[in-house]
Design a protein around this ligand. Structure first.
Ligand code: SF4
Ligand code: MG
Length: 340
């Protein structure tokens, strides 16, 4: 859970007395080595905040983060330092994340040194650098080592950012929209590289995206977020092909966009832009189900009670936080309608 304080000036503009932005509430994710988990949502749904919480870039408001079952409670402690080495974040914009005045050699050497992976002596370092570049398919390494970020293409820069993360010898990669700033033609190449690294290095990957169609292509499991909460989860094939939650159905129904990776529809931001309504304020989120103001199936209970995750059909692990999947609620609503 992460709540951000609202700045005073904004607070004064609002009639009531809000105190915080509910950016992330009760999100719970288990990442496993050798698996990609997609976290899908529109801008402002809280998905990047989840990545930053998991990367320990700022403290959480509530909840727990564990690595191999051990809680990370003390910031700066021994466990914390081991954690931030094991869990690496890759950002959307590789140009912003690389310092323009430094070469590839500088960025990668720094990562290797900080994490104690620079080998011994100059030969050890050169070999470690060449290994990193080879892993991200930038070969021959000599061609890239002394290049500055502006001398590389967007795809090459993102590969350098990935190589820098690998310099820590991580177990987990948090990839926050890793291809959304890249040309359509090279997106698949970078996603395929991540998948290949996942297999070869047995990584756990959290793949954050607004493109649910790419989740089907790239991720084993998919979790959908709406307005700071998880609304549906399960294996990617089921969530993307047989979505249960009305919000996920809205995403998968949105028109295909040929500009995107798979061209198969399902862009969370586009769904909003195309007039499917606005996401709610996270300063005073709607009571009950946060999707109820936009939901075509909303029932009275939805406006007051938060739906828990409820198992959907017979697919193991498929769930939706929606009262439609609670037989007692549906029966009660039917009775109510009949009586009326
Ligand atoms: Fe719609 Fe109610 Fe389900 Fe929320 S809980 S998605 S409002 S039917
Ligand atoms: Mg984001």
């Amino acid at each position: 859970t992460k709540h951000f304080p609202v700045r005073r000036r904004l607070r004064d503009l609002l009639s009531r007395t809000p105190t915080v932005v509910h950016a992330v509430d009760d999100v719970s994710i288990a990442l496993r080595r050798g698996r990609v988990t997609a976290l899908v949502g529109e801008s402002g749904s809280g998905k990047s905040t989840v990545a930053r919480l998991l990367a320990q870039l700022y403290p959480r408001t509530g909840g727990d983060i564990r690595l191999h079952g051990a809680s990370i409670r003390v910031r700066g402690g021994r466990r914390f330092r081991a954690y931030v080495r094991r869990v690496q974040l890759i950002l959307q914009d590789p140009f912003a994340s690389l310092n323009p005045v430094h070469t590839v050699r500088y960025h990668l050497t720094r990562s290797l040194r900080i994490h104690g992976n620079a080998g011994t002596g100059p030969d050890g370092l050169e070999k470690a650098l060449a290994d990193l570049l080879t892993r991200v398919s930038l070969t021959p390494p000599e061609r890239y080592l002394d290049a500055f970020p502006h001398e590389l293409s967007g795809g090459q820069r993102q590969r350098i950012a990935i190589a820098r993360a690998l310099g820590a010898d991580p177990e987990v990669l948090l990839a926050d929209e890793p291809v959304s700033m890249l040309d359509v033609s090279i997106r698949l190449g970078v996603l395929n590289l991540l998948q290949d690294l996942k297999d070869r290095l047995n990584l756990a990957i959290l793949y954050i995206t607004h493109d649910i169609a790419s989740a089907r292509y790239f991720a084993d499991d998919t979790i959908v977020m709406y307005a700071g909460r998880m609304v549906e989860g399960g294996d990617s094939e089921t969530v993307t092909q047989r979505p249960a939650h009305p919000y996920t159905r809205l995403l998968t129904d949105s028109a295909p966009d040929p500009e995107r990776i798979t061209g198969a529809g399902g862009d969370a931001d586009a769904a909003t832009e195309r007039g499917h309504g606005e996401p709610p304020s996270l300063i005073r989120p709607p009571a009950g189900c946060r999707f109820h103001p936009r939901c075509p199936h909303a029932m009275p209970r939805c406006t007051t009670e938060l739906p828990p995750p409820i198992p959907v059909d017979d697919r193991p692990g498929h769930w939706a936080a929606c009262w439609l999947f609670d037989p007692a609620t549906v029966a009660a609503e039917k009775t109510g309608t009949a009586a009326a």
